[in-house]
Each structure stands twice: as structure tokens, then as C-alpha cells.
Design a protein around this ligand. Structure first.
Ligand code: DSN
Length: 478
């Protein structure tokens, strides 16, 4: 692909948009400039390829395609069938799965599809069976009442939020926390690591229908073989949400016991984090759950997004190239270099390091809350997000942690030497920031004091660091 083709494509698109609503065209241009200038360390973000981005901006967006490939509720879906089948084929090949469902719009959607499939497969309910075999009209009011009672009282065991679990694994702010009777397994308070014996004990005590593994802020590998054994020992369905580390699975950094696909009954993911695809979700499973998974739309999803499924096909084709494995390995090398750089400077890290794409800093050693640290770093051109740490004393809003991840900077080409510079920038900001006070003199968990000259200096150093690694180097908007 020549430089001109990509630049021409985006310039032309902006020209067309500008003719209708120039403020949107300006915002799109400004977003590229902002992303180019910021040291993006948000562990769940990345930069999709120009091909993936361009695939999302076309007339596939106009097509309704409820149903599945070859079995739609609308006419004229032959081209949607092509891209959906391609995306599923690439996903199956890439992850070694027997079935892939590429319609979910996000990770929450993918998890809802999986929950439904498991409930439909596992819950013993005569009313549900009738509903499944399309005798819905035969169901009485009593049947519906029984069905709701039976579906609504199922148990889920997932990783606790402050240990790094995700909201959609049965926590109250998400619908999963209202649907399921949920219990959590945490991590060992001394090491911050999953203690599989405790997970097994929790499973024996609680007897969940679903055991969920997966995380958004746990900086270590998970042994999925052991988790499957635990699930089997209590008759639970084992579900893995690999949204954060799908790129590491695709790139064969996580193999054997650490690859969830051969061990889980069902695997969900997003496609835009370490996998570097378009915004969206996906479900992988074996033949037992495939029929139920394919009912995702209209069961819990609105109409599929054909333009995004097309972009998933493009991104998954990219992830099947040999250089993706090199990219995935560099993500982990970078995270480890960043962790080592921080440890050398005295930063406290949850679990003492990382073996995936993310590092979780406990900033209480700097005397700060996560919120104060997040804002001070932002003032200094470093984009992160605050995150709870295990047994967090500051709760989920202020927190005591900062989560950082390397997929995006690795996509730009930064390597381990630049990670050491990044560690120095982060440490300088955090060590120069002090907690602020409220108007009445009481300590604030949000206010902070950072000399603007320090913030400016670090911002400039971050920009200098990034200058050697231009984002979307083939694209000039003029
Ligand atoms: N929002 C994503 C994250 O930051 O981890 C997952 O929900």
C-alpha cells in the first residue's frame, strides 16, 4: 500500500464529511493529532490498521442482517454473508476454535451471548425447553413465571473486581450482577496472585453454574487447565473472557495451559484491545454451545454491524500474518521492561511485575490516590487510567492504583529502551505530585499539587520520545 493511497483515502473522506458538518471533520482531524501527541498507556486501547479503519466506513453500515450466514431475516444479505463467514473463518483458524460468532458489538454483548447460551444449555427447565423448540405460544403464565424463576437464580463465580476482574462477570453495576447470584474469588493478599486452591474451595462451597476466568487488571498469566479442572470438579461451565489478552493468544505468546481456547467451554473477547482490530466482540465455542451462541441476535443483540464484521475479517487476517506473533511478543517484552524500570525506581507493583500486557501500580507509596495520579500524569501528557488494587482502601472511584498497558505504544514501534524512558517519566511525575486539600483544609482524594513547569517538561519529553515513532506514518491529512 503506497503512502498516497492511505493519505488520499482519509483526506477524501474528510473532504466529503467537511462539506456536510465541518465540525465533525475537524474533530476527526483533532483526534488524530491528540492520539499522535499522547503517550497512550491505557491497557485496553490500541491503534487499528488503516485497512481496518477504512473497512468500517462504507455502505455495509446500511444493511440489516439479523440471523446468521445463509439464514437471515432480511433479503439481500449475500455480501454480508461473505464478510461474516470470512471473519468467522479467520477467527476459527487463528484461535483453533471449532465455532466463531462474530456479531457481538462489544465485550458486554459477547458475554451476554455466552451467558444466554450457557443458561439455555444447562438450566433444567421444562418451560425453557418448550420455548426453545418454538412452542412459545403454548407456554402458560405459570410456565413463564417458572422460567424467570429458574433462569434468574443461577450462580456465577468470577474474579473479584479489586483483584482485577471485570464488571460483566457478575458485578452489581452490570446486568450480570442482577441476573446472577454471584460470588468472587480474589487473589492471595501476600503475592497478589490467583490462589487456585482457594478458587477450588470457593467453587466447592458455592457450586456455581458458571466459573468465569479473565480479567481487565490482573498482570499475570492464568492457568486455564487448572481452572477447567476446578470447573469440572463441581460441574460448572467454564467461560473465559480473554478481551484483554486475545492478542497474546492470537500471537501464540499464551500457549498450552495459558491458552484458554482448548480448555474453556466458551471464550469471549473484544476485538479492539491487544488484538488490534475494530471496536467489537466475538464468541468462540465448541459444537455443544454453537446453536445457542448463534441466537445472540435477536436474543441479546441488536442487528449485526456488517461494516464492523468486515473490519473484523480484515483485522483477523492481519493477526494471522507471521509478524503478528512478533508484535504480540513485543507487547509483553515492553510491559516487562516498563515494570522493571518502575521497580528499579522504587514503584510498588501489584504482584511485583507482569507476564502479560499490563502493569498495575500501587501509587499509595507515592502518597497519592489513583485519581490524583491519573490526573497528574494526564497533565504531563501521559494517558492512563486509575484502577482499584486488591483490598483497595480508596474504593473503586478514587482507587489506589494506576493501570498501564503496552499494546498501543508497541503498535507505534516503541521498544524496551523507550519503556525505560517511559518509566522515568511516570516516576518523575508521581514523585513530584503531592495530595491537595479541600477548601476546609481536610485532605482531598482528588485534588493534587504538581508544579506546572514539571508537567510541561515531562509533556515535552513524552512528545520528543514519540517523535521517533510516528502514529500512522503513511497518513498525512494536509
Ligand atoms: N473498558 C475496558 C477496559 O478498560 O478494561 C474493559 O471494559
Amino acid at each position: 500500500m503506497s503512502l498516497n493511497a492511505e493519505s488520499t483515502a482519509f483526506r477524501s473522506a474528510l473532504e466529503v464529511i467537511r462539506a456536510v458538518e465541518p465540525r465533525v471533520a475537524d474533530a476527526i482531524g483533532a483526534e488524530l493529532a491528540d492520539q499522535r501527541e499522547s503517550l497512550k498507556l491505557i491497557a485496553s486501547e490500541n491503534y487499528a490498521s488503516p485497512a481496518t479503519l477504512l473497512t468500517m466506513g462504507n455502505w455495509f453500515s446500511d444493511k440489516y442482517a439479523e440471523g446468521t450466514v445463509g439464514r437471515r431475516f432480511y433479503a439481500g444479505c449475500q455480501n454480508v454473508d461473505t464478510v461474516e463467514a470470512l471473519a468467522a473463518e479467520h477467527a476459527k483458524e487463528l484461535f483453533g476454535a471449532s465455532h466463531a460468532y462474530v456479531q457481538p458489538h462489544s465485550g458486554i454483548d459477547a458475554n451476554l451471548v455466552a451467558f444466554w447460551a450457557i443458561l439455555a444449555d444447562r438450566v433444567e427447565s421444562p418451560a425453557l425447553k418448550k420455548a426453545q423448540v418454538r412452542q412459545v405460544n403454548d407456554l402458560t403464565e405459570a410456565d413463564w413465571f417458572a422460567l424467570r424463576r429458574e433462569l434468574g437464580n443461577q450462580r456465577m463465580l468470577g474474579m473479584s473486581l479489586d483483584a482485577g476482574g471485570h464488571l460483566t462477570h457478575g458485578f452489581r453495576p452490570n446486568i450480570s450482577g442482577k441476573m446472577f447470584d454471584q460470588r468472587s474469588y480474589g487473589t492471595d493478599p501476600a503475592t497478589g496472585l490467583i490462589d487456585y486452591d482457594r478458587v477450588a474451595q470457593a467453587a466447592r462451597d458455592f457450586k456455581p453454574l458458571i466459573l468465569v476466568a479473565g480479567y481487565s487488571a490482573y498482570p499475570r498469566k492464568v492457568n486455564f487447565r487448572i481452572m477447567r479442572e476446578i470447573a469440572d470438579s463441581v460441574g460448572a461451565t467454564f467461560m473465559v473472557d480473554m478481551a484483554h489478552f486475545a492478542g497474546l493468544v492470537a500471537g501464540k505468546v499464551f500457549t498450552g495451559d495459558f491458552d484458554p481456547v482448548p480448555h474453556a467451554h466458551i471464550v469471549t473477547t473484544t476485538t479492539h484491545k491487544s488484538l488490534r482490530g475494530p471496536r467489537g466482540g466475538m464468541v468462540l465455542c465448541g459444537p455443544e454451545l454453537a446453536d445457542q451462541v448463534d441466537r445472540g441476535c435477536p436474543m441479546v443483540l441488536g442487528g449485526p454491524l456488517p461494516h464492523v464484521m468486515a473490519a473484523k475479517a480484515v483485522a483477523l487476517a492481519e493477526a494471522r500474518r507471521p509478524d503478528f506473533a512478533d508484535y504480540a511478543q513485543r507487547i509483553v517484552d515492553n510491559a516487562q521492561a516498563l515494570a522493571e524500570g518502575l521497580l528499579r525506581r522504587g514503584t510498588t507493583l501489584v504482584t511485583g511485575g507482569t507476564d502479560n500486557h499490563l502493569v498495575l501500580l500501587d501509587v499509595s507509596g507515592y502518597g497519592l490516590t489513583g485519581r490524583q495520579a491519573e490526573q497528574a500524569l494526564l497533565d504531563s501528557g501521559i494517558v492512563t487510567n486509575r484502577n482499584a488494587v486488591p483490598q483497595d482502601r480508596n474504593g473503586a472511584w478514587y482507587t489506589s492504583g494506576i493501570r498501564i498497558g503496552t499494546p498501543a505504544l508497541t503498535s507505534r514501534g516503541l521498544g524496551t529502551a523507550e519503556m525505560d524512558v517511559t518509566a522515568e517519566l511516570i516516576h518523575t511525575v508521581l514523585s513530584q505530585t503531592t495530595p491537595g486539600a479541600n477548601a476546609d483544609g481536610t485532605p482531598s482524594k482528588a485534588k493534587y499539587v504538581l508544579d506546572p513547569a514539571v508537567a510541561d517538561k515531562i509533556s515535552k519529553q513524552a512528545t520528543d520520545l514519540l517523535a521517533g515513532f510516528p502514529l500512522y506514518p503513511t497518513i498525512t491529512l494536509g
